[in-house]
Write a protein that binds this ligand. Structure first.
Ligand code: SF4
Length: 245
């Protein structure tokens, strides 16, 4: 009689492998108090495609350049169908005229996304995502060329008011310094960990995301963090290293 194999035990979740420290809620509270004391109210974009294009433009760009390039695109192409018809060279010319780098890469990226939307859905609008659940929206967005977990999470969080938790380079760095997550985890893994440990609540995640990014820009900078002025100093295992350097 053949031996019956017992079912494999389920893989431990990231939070089981690396449980959130008790200090996480206090860290979140202090960051919110310091950087985002007024609770945010959810906003939904009139057209989530705008949010997706804006997120693509924001990658490796300042907020000011992102806004300028987005406004230039909207002025040149009041409807995204016009950008698709104009093609990558036309989009690139608009981005170049608005200033900022990576116009060639971004224009190709935007064109490919619009082209795929047209090809697979017959529309460039993403308004119907409002009726989808979070998993369906993520699956749709991540099926688009070049759209990864973080970009999809940004659209979910900022344009659809869903409880996503994008992890950018600031949040990734802070998580390592605070030893919330192991130093060898990449940003995608850290994002999955946060998705497991943070309350699935839009306001909680929006507040943590925005305040942690501001903390990374203003205080826990990549070069020379300002630990002496940090509201997390006594909760941070790295503070002593930097303060004594
Ligand atoms: S104490 Fe220093 S290293 Fe730790 S979070 Fe604050 S600024 Fe960053």
């Amino acid at each position: 009689m053949p031996a019956t194999s017992s079912p494999r035990p389920p893989r431990p979740t990231l939070a089981e492998q690396f449980p959130a420290p008790d200090s996480l809620s206090e860290i979140a509270r202090r960051l919110a108090e310091r950087y985002l004391p007024t609770p945010p109210t959810p906003r939904r974009a009139a057209e989530p495609t705008d949010g997706l294009i804006g997120t693509i433009l924001s990658q490796q760009n300042t907020a000011a350049i992102t806004r300028r390039q987005f406004d230039a695109l909207k002025a040149a192409y009041p409807r995204w169908e016009a950008a698709l018809a104009d093609g990558p060279d036309g989009i690139e010319a608009v981005l170049k005229a608005a200033g900022g780098g990576l116009s060639r890469v971004k224009s190709a990226y935007i064109f490919q996304v619009l082209d795929r939307l047209e090809e697979t859905r017959g529309t460039l609008s993403l308004k119907d995502t409002r009726e989808m659940d979070d998993t369906q929206v993520r699956t749709l967005l991540e099926s688009l060329p070049g759209v990864g977990m973080k970009t999809a999470s940004c659209v979910l969080l900022f344009d659809l008011a869903r409880p996503a938790m994008p992890v950018d380079t600031h949040i990734w760095r802070i998580s390592r310094r605070l030893e919330l997550t192991p130093g060898h985890w990449n940003a995608v893994k850290v994002e999955k960990w946060f998705d497991e440990v943070l309350a699935r609540d839009w306001q909680v995640r929006y507040t943590f995301h925005v305040s942690a990014i501001r903390h990374g820009r203003e205080t826990c900078k990549a070069q020379r963090p300002r630990c002496e002025a940090c509201v997390l100093q006594e909760l941070c295992p790295s503070a002593g290293v930097f303060l004594n350097a």
